[in-house]
Design a protein around this ligand. Structure first.
Ligand code: HEC
Length: 296
C-alpha cells in the first residue's frame, strides 16, 4: 500500500513538470540564420557619422542601414586589414576579426526564446581590456533590443549606444558607460539588453538583465527568465528565455512586433569595447524580419 501511494506521488510530479518541458522550443525545428559578428575597433556612432572617416554616412542620412551596405552573400564586406590596423583599433585587434553566430528565435503566448551558437575565439590582442576581477568570465554573450523611438534604431542597431566618449574608447573617461542620446525610459528611447556570462571555471554562469538609457544599468530588468549556456570545447550554445511583457527598462514585445537588435560576444575574457558585435538586424515575432521567430 505504501509503495503504491509513492508511485502515485511521482506520477503527479511528472504531470506537473510536463507543461514547462513542452514550452521550450524544439530547436531542431527552428530555422537558423547566421549573423557575422566582428571586431569593430573604435568606430563609435560619431565615427560612423563623420564623412571624412566613413563615407557610408551619406547613405545613412538617406535611410540606408549598416546591413544594407555591409552584408553581402551572408558575410560582411569590411576591409579586414583596416579593422585589424592601428587606425581603427589602436589597442590591437584580435586575430579572429569576425566569426558567425547562428541565431534562432521562437516565441509563444508569453515568452521569447533566443538561441546563439558560436565558436568563441581565444586570440584577443595583448592590449585588449580583460576581465581581471573574479569571476573571470571566459565568454559573455549579450543581446540588445532597441526601443522603437531610438533615433535610427533599425539602421544602426547597437551603434545608437556606442559613443566616442565612452570608457575604453581612446582618450575617454574610464568611468563613462554607454548611453543613448536624449534617452527616455518612459518613451521607449532606450535599449534593453540581457547577457549570459560563463562564470569562473568551476563556478556557475551569471545572467544579467539591464538596459541602456542615460547610462548603462546592469540590473533592474525583470523580463529575463533565464539565460543558459553550454561550452563544448569552445563551441558555445547560449539560450535566453524572456517574457514578452515589458516594464521600465524591459521593452514590451508582442506578436507582430519587429524589433531592431544586435549581438555582442566578449570572447577570451575581454571586456568593454573589445567585443565582437553584429550590425543591427531585426527580429520579427510572426512578422517578416531578418530573423523571424517561429511561433510555438
Ligand atoms: C551607404 C552605405 C553604407 C552604410 C549605410 C554604412 N556603411 Fe560603413 N562603410 C561604407 C563604405 C563605402 C566603407 C569603406 C570606407 C569608406 O568609404 O569610408 C565603409 C567602411 C566601414 C568600416 C571600416 C571598415 C572598412 O571596410 O573600411 C566600418 C567599421 C563600417 N563601415 C561600419 C559601419 C556601420 C557600423 C554602419 C551602420 C551604423 C555602416 N558602416 C553603415 C558604406 C556604408
Amino acid at each position: 500500500m505504501k509503495k503504491k501511494s509513492c508511485l502515485a506521488a511521482s506520477a503527479l510530479l511528472l504531470v506537473a513538470a510536463a507543461p514547462a518541458a513542452f514550452a521550450a522550443p524544439d530547436w531542431s525545428k527552428v530555422p537558423k540564420r547566421d549573423v557575422v559578428v566582428f571586431s569593430p575597433g573604435a568606430t563609435p556612432i560619431e565615427w560612423v557619422m563623420k564623412k571624412s572617416d566613413h563615407s557610408g554616412r551619406t547613405g545613412i542620412n538617406k535611410g540606408e542601414s549598416c546591413v544594407g551596405c555591409h552584408e553581402e552573400k551572408g558575410g560582411l564586406n569590411f576591409d579586414m586589414a583596416r579593422l585589424a590596423g592601428k587606425e581603427l583599433e589602436p589597442a590591437g585587434a584580435p586575430k579572429t576579426l569576425s566569426f558567425p553566430v547562428t541565431v534562432q528565435a521562437a516565441y509563444d503566448k508569453d515568452k521569447l526564446y533566443l538561441r546563439l551558437s558560436f565558436k568563441a575565439p581565444k586570440d584577443a590582442a595583448a592590449g585588449a581590456d580583460r576581465e581581471e576581477a573574479s569571476p573571470k568570465h571566459e565568454v559573455k554573450a549579450a543581446v540588445m533590443l532597441l526601443g522603437a523611438k531610438v533615433p535610427m534604431a533599425a539602421q544602426v542597431g547597437c551603434w545608437a549606444t556606442c559613443h566616442a566618449d565612452v570608457r575604453s574608447m581612446p582618450g575617454a573617461d574610464p568611468n563613462k558607460k554607454k548611453y543613448i542620446s536624449s534617452a527616455s525610459l518612459g518613451g521607449d528611447v532606450y535599449a534593453d539588453y540581457f547577457q549570459w556570462k560563463s562564470g569562473e571555471a568551476g563556478k556557475g554562469a551569471v545572467q544579467l538583465d539591464g538596459h541602456v538609457a542615460e547610462a548603462r544599468v546592469n540590473k533592474d530588468g525583470k523580463a529575463l527568465v533565464k539565460a543558459e549556456g553550454e561550452n563544448k570545447g569552445g563551441q558555445y550554445v547560449v539560450t535566453f528565455t524572456r517574457k514578452l511583457a515589458g516594464s521600465a527598462g524591459d521593452l514590451a514585445l508582442a506578436e507582430g512586433a519587429v524589433v531592431p537588435f544586435g549581438i555582442a560576444i566578449h570572447a577570451d575574457r575581454t571586456i568593454h569595447r573589445f567585443h565582437h558585435v553584429s550590425l543591427g538586424y531585426t527580429l520579427g515575432l510572426g512578422a517578416d524580419a531578418d530573423i523571424k521567430a517561429s511561433k510555438q
